[in-house]
Design a protein around this ligand. Structure first.
Ligand code: NAD
Length: 529
């Protein structure tokens, strides 16, 4: 077994990255507490999107290696589930301390592999850290219920028990936060785990696993396997895996009879394949989050919110506010938006002045399709060249106005720094437009009217609603929600719902009374009468 010394990878400049580039390390799997290089002959490059340099090489893990990871998790389960919950919580308490200690290294790894700015990468880690903090107090959330004297001398109580081996499949856009949505909650509830990081940026998951082991997580409780579709299908099919958490994309291909180019059907595919095998699945998927701007909205705060939520992380957040509907005349709002968006600095995420890092995949095609179907390109970020990073996948802030519901750029998730502007004559119309969109991850309203805000909150079909808050992701004592095509399953990530997802209920009915002798046998249905 070869230990993958990620702790030493504190890359800070493009020059240092090129040292790695000349001899990219292989990313190992984590099986039963050992970091082991895969015996696979197939590897894919993990690329720094700002420089196109190869950071590392990720294996398409062989089936027997995957089985070894599941088997290690299965073996570790009996003793881990019987470990006192206070001990399991203390591992999380220690883990949150270690994540804080290594925050800068984690952020640098995320910027190197994913591209977002360092400050944003720290936010990525921090939002995951909050789930670890939440998991540190899991005992009270995992408590069962008790009803005394449900019949003479009889009490009933319920126990929330872990499921066994659970698995997580992650997207590329939050390399630390999303693995941390998954394994801390699962393992603190007493489960063991197999994690499949995104093939585009596995480094943060590897560092987090090292920290979890340093925090005292026993061997085999957390395992990591790498790969793409085959390994995901193996996770869906494996009899020993009881539950799957998925975060990533989807399209409802199943309802149409054609494939949308460059789109992935991962979410619904995993949901149906794993459900058919009897597993629990929680599947958080794509988004097209709408912001409705009322004429009475605070001008400065709303413009800042739209710029930050539309272009932050280069639009690669599932809660990015990618569509804005102006109620009433949009001209003034759009002119101001363009001015502010032009001031944003596009640069490599490692550069201190960067507002947006790289993001190019499929973005340019969808911008062009908007232009061709009649949208007005108020700001075009497609031809941007960033000095020193000429090979980078950069797109600058882009604003399309006059967009209509039939356009592909509206119907599809762009997942880039592109803000789509639409117009409606009333709040009712704006809500109807938003609700007709297939996605329902988040939505926001900007207004100074409580009446409008309350109507919006009631009528909007989205999981996470913001009132003068552009990215309304709740802290982990609530749950990350989503509706319509943005979520499949019925128990959401983290919060009470997350604990319920990773546990099953056992009810116990006990009788302790002096039993009268000679009452005979009754074959009638027992009742409490
Ligand atoms: P993706 O769907 O391409 O990949 C996610 C995971 O699924 C990866 O681990 C990948 O290996 C696997 N995968 C991809 N296609 C597959 C297939 N056909 N069969 C089996 N496995 C497959 O997603 P991405 O591009 O990495 O992430 C961006 C997407 O994730 C966006 O759509 C974004 O909205 C979504 N997202 C949603 C949330 C949320 O909470 N709703 C959060 C973050 C990201």
């Amino acid at each position: 077994p070869q230990i993958f010394a990620l702790k030493n990878r504190n890359l800070s400049t493009a020059t240092e990255q090129s040292v790695i580039h000349s001899d990219p390390p292989k990313v190992p799997n984590l099986i039963g507490g050992s970091f082991v290089n895969s015996q696979s002959s197939e590897f894919i490059d993990v690329i720094n999107p700002a420089t196109q340099q190869v950071v590392s090489q990720l294996p398409l893990t062989k089936h027997e290696e995957f089985k070894a990871a599941v088997s290690a998790a299965k073996q570790a389960f009996p003793s881990w589930r019987n470990t006192p919950i206070t001990t399991r919580q203390r591992v999380m308490l220690k883990l949150q301390e270690l994540i804080r200690r290594d925050m800068d290294k984690l952020a640098m790894n995320i910027t190197t592999e994913q591209g977002k700015t360092l400050k944003d990468a720290q936010g990525d880690v921090f939002r995951g850290l909050e789930v670890v903090e939440h998991a540190s107090g899991m005992a009270s959330l995992q408590m069962g219920e008790f009803a005394s004297n449900v019949s003479h001398g009889i009490d009933t109580y319920s126990i929330r028990e872990p499921l066994g081996v659970c698995a997580g499949i992650c997207p590329f856009n939050f390399p630390a936060m999303i693995p941390l949505w998954m394994f801390p909650v699962a393992v603190t509830c007493g489960n063991t785990f197999v994690l499949k990081p995104s093939e585009k940026d596995p480094g943060a998951s590897m560092m987090l696993a090292e920290l979890a082991m340093e925090a005292g997580l026993p061997n085999g409780v957390l395992n990591i396997v790498h790969g793409t579709n085959d390994i995901v299908n193996a996770i869906c099919d494996d009899e020993d895996i009881k539950a799957i958490s998925f975060v990533g994309s989807n399209t409802l291909l199943i309802f149409y009879f054609f494939t949308i180019p460059n789109s992935s059907k991962a979410g619904m595919h995993i949901y149906s394949r794993a459900s058919a095998k009897g597993k629990r699945v929680q599947s958080n998927m794509g988004a097209k989050n709408h912001g409705i701007v009322m004429p009475d909205a605070n001008i400065d705060a709303t413009l800042n919110a739209l710029v930050a939520a539309g272009f932050g992380a280069a639009g690669q957040r599932c809660m990015a506010l990618s569509t804005v509907i102006f109620v009433g005349d949009a001209t003034q709002w759009e002119n101001e938006l363009v001015k502010r968006a032009k001031n944003l600095k596009v640069n490599a995420g490692v550069e201190p002045d960067a507002d947006l890092g790289p993001a190019k995949e499929r973005v340019c095609r969808l911008i062009q399709s908007g232009v061709e179907s009649g949208a007005k390109l108020l700001l075009d970020g497609r031809d941007i060249v960033v000095p020193g990073y000429e090979q980078g996948n950069f797109v600058g802030p882009t604003i399309l106005s006059g967009v209509t519901e039939d356009m592909e750029c509206y119907k599809e998730e762009i997942f880039g720094p592109v803000l789509i502007c639409m117009q409606a004559d009333s709040l009712e119309e704006a809500i109807i437009i938003s609700n007709r969109n297939k996605y329902g991850n988040g939505a926001a309203i900007f207004t100074s009217s409580g009446v409008a805000a309350r109507k919006f909150q009631t009528d909007i079909e989205a999981g996470q609603v913001g009132i003068n808050v552009p990215i309304p992701v709740p802290l982990p004592f609530f749950s990350f929600t989503g509706s319509k095509a943005s979520f499949a399953g019925d128990l959401n990530f983290y919060g009470k719902a997350g604990v319920n997802f990773y546990t099953q209920i056992k009810t116990v009915t006990q009788q302790w009374k002096d039993l009268p002798g000679g009452s005979g046998v009754s074959l009638a249905m027992p009742t409490s009468q």
